[in-house]
Design a binder for this molecule. Sequence first.
Ligand code: ZN
Length: 214
Amino acid sequence: MPAIRHHVPDDMLMGYAAGVLPQAFDLVVATHVSLNDDARVRLAGFEELGGAVLSDLKEVDLAPDSLEQTLAKISRMAPTERGTRSNGVFPAPLRKMIGGDVAAVKWKSIARGTKQAVLCSDGEATARLLYIPAGQAMPEHSHRGTEMTLVLQGGYSSVDGHYVRGDLEVADQQTNHTPIADDDGEDCICLVATDGRLLFNGLLPRLAQVFLRI
Ligand code: ZN
C-alpha cells in the first residue's frame, strides 16, 4: 500500500473534534480518520486540547500527564482499517450510514458507467458516493465552496497528484480539476462532500452528456 500523502486540513479536524461540521463533512472526516493513522493521532490531540483551546481564551494549563492520557486514548481506539479490506470497501462510519457495503448502495447513473448516490444533504452540505469506471474522467464540474474527495477503492490522478484508498483531496473555488480514474485496475469509488451544490459544468445534464460523448 502506498503511503497516504494527502491529509485532512487541521481546521477541518478541529471542526470535527468540536462537533461543528455539517453532517456531510463529518462523515468524510470520520471515514478518513478510520483509514489514516496520522489523521487519527492529530485528531486525538485536538480532542484532548479541544475543550480548553476552543472554548477558553485563558492560558491553557495542560495536565502534567496530558501526553500519557492522549496516548492511552489512542491505544484504546479501534485499529485503523487502511489496507485491510477483509471487512469490505467501506470503513465503519460509512457502512453504518449505508447499512452495508458497496452492494447496498442505491446508485443513480450519471453517464457512461459513472454513478452516484447521495447519502445526506441538509441544504448546507451534501455527501455522495461517486463510482467512476477505470480509465474514465469524473464529470467536469466547478466548486461553489469546499469539496472533499476521499478515495475508497481504486485511485485517480488530479491536478496535484495521484490519490489512492485513504487519500483525501480538498478543492475550493480556485481549484480547476478533472480527476481521471486509474485505468490499470479497479473502478474508482470515492466519498465526496461539498458545501453548495456540485456544479456540473453548464448545469444542463445534456451538456455533460455531450462532454462525456454518450
Ligand atoms: Zn472537484
